[in-house]
Design a protein around this ligand. Sequence first.
Ligand code: OAD
Length: 235
Amino acid sequence: MLLALTGAGISAESGVPTFRGADGLWRQFRVEDLATPGAFARDPATVWEWYRWRRDQLARALPNPGHECLARLERRRGGFSLVTQNVDGLHRRAGSTVVRELHGNIWRTVCSRRCGTVIDESPWADPPGAPAGRPDSLPACACGALLRPDVVWFGETLDQRVLGAAIDEAESADVVLVVGTSGLVYPAAALPGVARRAGATVIEINVEATPLSGEADIVLRGPASVVLPALEARR
Ligand code: OAD
């Protein structure tokens, strides 16, 4: 089984800023103000403004050859799975149909009280979801609570079903492609180690060294949109 674990680097060449690079989002913005449950409780308007700004950026971004390569791998071979930390939806737009989104999806809006309301607001949703409130308003759920983006904030736990499936896939993988992640955010960053201890070959694809490089059996330095198609061509 081939497992791909992706991070923000795979979307960098689609024009989506990463989090910790030179122009990274967490260099310009404070996590504590925007991506924690406390921030949303204190100032939901600012949090929504930031997520709407990111949605606007992402609506203009297109999948790149790295995303497209992983979508082809899913179509062409059995025994492929894709786990991503990205919330941008670009893997699905590239044609991947089974994507384990560890950190949620920025285009989904959910009830902050978790009453069960989920709205897909992606511009390409079919059928298009009802937009959760006007850009200048705070969207509210029918149950009375505020709606929020369906992303995992710092201090929150991941969806245990999604994480459990990702761990199972890491344990049964023969090869893991670790693509464009700094390897700093857990539990996602533990998956390559889980796979390696279970006998998988770990291949890191990244433009820079990361804390995961030392655990990798093979390190391929370069942009994901170039390295992934080149690797595919050699198979
Ligand atoms: P980071 O911004 O921490 O790391 C991006 C990685 O991509 C770095 O190691 C870069 O060297 C690499 N990179 C940049 N451009 C690349 C390219 N063209 N090809 C290949 N690699 C490239 O992003 P993540 O590791 O995804 O959490 O961050 C993990 C989590 O931290 C994110 O999911 C997000 C953030 O806070 C949530 O949203 C919950």
